[in-house]
Ligand binder design. Structure first.
Ligand code: 5GP
Length: 225
């Protein structure tokens, strides 16, 4: 029998880079379900990810920054963006305001091997999944209980009672679509949920069909290299 031999791992910067296409990671939840917090935390911790900034016709809220939380645009400008093919997907939310995903930044990030995080609703997930089936990975966050969700919405001081009722209605509607998502996480503990989303992302990055440089890499695996 050959004696066991251990080879120390090569320094990462001496290895050929294994090119990959980015993941489109959709994180959806009912309002108050945690998708925005988790999306931002992952983007902050993981330099290989970027958040897709949506365009919307709704009013800018206090504290929201143009180009960071949303691009706030007029209805006319939004319609023009749809017509000229600049929107990857768009939807009418709460039957009154348009929300949509600008196409160019997403395509650029994916081709550069960066993952794009989407904080969108079930309608956005449906359209993106139809358009980019091989790129999209969808995760749905459920609240641990209905009361917990209602409590979180009531605690958001910024919203009026009328707005809270509207959001609870949207929560029911959103939850009804859970089957359209590939992964489900019950968001009871924020850190645990973040770790689960990161684990999903890490696994999806290793999928063979995303490794655009795999053949070139395998070709280097021969004696003398
Ligand atoms: P809010 O007005 O609270 O920021 O967002 C309202 C809803 O619109 C949320 O469920 C949010 O996820 C969704 N949303 C935000 N951006 C987009 C988008 O680009 N496309 C779609 N389809 N929904 C979005």
């Amino acid at each position: 029998m050959m004696p066991a031999r251990t080879v120390p791992p090569a320094a990462a910067d001496t290895l050929p880079a294994l090119k990959r296409r980015g993941v489109m990671l959709v994180l959806a939840s009912p309002p108050g379900g945690g998708k925005t917090t988790i999306t931002r935390e992952i983007a902050k911790r993981d330099p290989e990810t970027v958040i897709s900034v949506s365009a919307t016709t709704r009013q800018q809220r206090p504290g929201e920054v143009e180009g960071q939380h949303y691009y706030f645009v007029s209805k006319e400008k939004f319609e023009l963006m749809i017509k000229s093919g600049d929107m990857l997907e768009h939807a009418l939310v709460y039957n009154s305001q348009f929300y949509g995903t600008p196409r160019k930044p997403v395509e650029k990030a994916l081709s550069e091997g960066r993952d794009v995080l989407f904080d969108i609703d079930w309608q956005g997930n449906r359209t993106l999944s139809e358009m980019a089936r091989d790129d999209v990975v969808s995760v749905f966050l459920l609240p641990p209980t209905w009361d917990e969700l209602a409590h979180r919405l009531h605690n958001r001081a910024r919203d009026s009672e009328e707005e809270i009722i509207r959001r609870l209605g949207k929560a029911r509607d959103e939850i009804a679509h859970y089957r359209e998502f590939q992964y489900i996480i019950v968001n009871n503990d924020l850190e645990e949920s973040i770790a689960k989303v990161q684990a999903i992302l890490e696994a999806e990055r290793q999928k063979r069909n995303r490794l655009v440089g795999i053949q070139a890499f395998v070709d280097t695996l021969k004696p003398g290299n």
